[in-house]
Ligand binder design. Structure first.
Ligand SMILES: [Zn+2]
Length: 90
């Protein structure tokens, strides 16, 4: 059991929780020298190689949602709505 943080309803027991990401941040990972072990199949000289670093996204905050408010059901609902709206224009 858990309380959905979108609609506020308490979900019954055995209902799976879904997580909805509501805040993210951009992160830069620095270059690191010689951190990955890289075995060589045909060369007896195994060696450590550099990690190139890079840019990514990290989750800052996520909320628990019931199946009715989960992102998958929202996406399905939106696609049904788009289809019905597109049909209404014709
Ligand atoms: Zn909900």
């Amino acid at each position: 059991m858990f309380r959905c943080e979108v609609c506020g309803q308490v979900a019954p027991a055995r209902v799976p929780v879904s997580k909805l990401v509501v805040e993210v941040r951009r992160v830069e990972y620095p270059r690191r020298k010689k951190v990955h072990w890289h075995p060589q199949a045909d060369d007896p000289k195994d060696r450590w190689v550099d990690d190139p670093g890079g840019v990514g996204v990290e989750t800052v905050r996520e909320v628990r949602t019931c199946p009715g408010c989960s992102p998958a059901s929202q996406h399905a609902r939106a696609s049904v709505l788009r289809r019905s709206c597109a049909g209404a224009d014709r």
